[in-house]
Design a protein around this ligand. Structure first.
Ligand SMILES: NC(=O)c1ccc[n+]([C@@H]2O[C@H](COP(=O)([O-])OP(=O)(O)OC[C@H]3O[C@@H](n4cnc5c(N)ncnc54)[C@H](OP(=O)(O)O)[C@@H]3O)[C@@H](O)[C@H]2O)c1
Length: 272
């Protein structure tokens, strides 16, 4: 459980910043008075205050001064502009700073903020409905207690795991971009069903619940997807016919290469 005296600053109240505010409040892990969220646009900050009753503002320094933990939720190319200055270096010394910016490396964060304990995190958009996945990588000065605080924050909006920094570009692709890849797969399956006469809305409900069920089977049974696939595949049946058609289209290498390519691009995002 997070300390009831902890104040969390969230710098950047866009899609992910707001999702994390909402998740933390819904889970009861933080009270509204413990969150100080900023945005450079006053209307965005005001809307967040009205919606969630948290403290908001447009001055990042005010929020960082009050907080023990700071979450950076601005776009990757904006992180340096927020933290790479002497005022922030002083304000954040000794504090836990968590960046969710894709492609911004731990070494960069540590270089800008040598006195802070830095964590790089990669959440995804299902955090918006509390079904997210986040992977964190910790800098060398981060204590177990600080890593636990970061994991507790992200567990308010889904699951959270820890990985090495060198794997974070792959995680960015698999986890951050992954929902987009899954939506393409889901939409294509619906197209097939619509082609054969199903209504689009029915096809979407069936496909989305099917995806959710299949994913939960992997998480809950711990079984390899190939074993679960074999359970569905009756000899001489319809599933093996569909599977072989997919293999004819080189579906595995197309998907795996897409994950690889997105990781390559992710690695360049925060590099100036
Ligand atoms: N969306 C995803 O799927 C996803 C997944 C994983 C990680 N991420 C990471 O999460 C971060 C935020 O992404 P997002 O999708 O939430 O972006 P977003 O919706 O654009 O939110 C960023 C917010 O920060 C504001 N901002 C920019 N500069 C600021 C500053 N100096 N001080 C305070 N606020 C500032 C932006 O204002 P303006 O609109 O005026 O620029 C915007 O409201 C990114 O680094 C991204 O890599 C995103």
């Amino acid at each position: 459980m997070l300390d009831s005296r902890l104040t969390l600053a969230i710098i950047g109240s866009g899609t992910m910043g707001e999702a994390i505010v909402r998740g933390l409040l819904r889970s009861g892990k933080l009270q509204p008075r413990q969150i100080f969220a900023t945005d450079r646009r006053v209307d965005v900050a005001n809307a967040l205050r009205v919606a969630h009753d948290v403290r908001t503002g447009t001055n990042n320094e005010d929020a960082c001064r009050e907080a023990e933990v700071v979450l950076l939720a601005v776009k990757p190319h904006e992180v340096a502009a927020v933290v790479d200055n002497d005022v922030m270096r002083t304000l954040l010394a000794g504090k836990l700073v968590i960046s969710i910016a894709a492609g911004v490396r731990l070494a960069q964060l540590a270089g800008w903020l040598p006195g802070a304990s830095v964590i790089r995190a990669m959440p995804n958009t299902p955090c918006l409905i509390g079904e997210g996945m986040t992977v964190i990588a910790r800098g060398p000065t981060v204590t177990d207690a600080q890593a636990a605080v970061a994991m507790e924050i992200f567990r308010a909006v889904g699951r959270c795991l820890e990985a090495e920094d060198k794997l974070m570009d792959a995680v960015t692709s698999l986890n951050g971009s992954g929902p987009a890849f899954a939506y393409v797969f889901l939409e294509a399956m619906c197209d097939g069903a619509v082609r054969m006469g199903l209504r689009r809305d029915a096809a979407m409900e069936i496909a989305a619940q099917m995806f959710q069920g299949a994913a939960r089977m992997v998480l809950q049974t711990g079984e390899h997807p190939a074993a679960l696939k074999d359970q569905v595949t009756t000899p001489a049946g319809c599933t093996i016919a569909g599977l072989l058609t997919m293999e004819d289209g080189r579906i595995r290498s197309v998907i795996a290469r897409a994950v690889e390519e997105a990781a390559v691009v992710a690695g360049k995002l925060g590099q100036g």
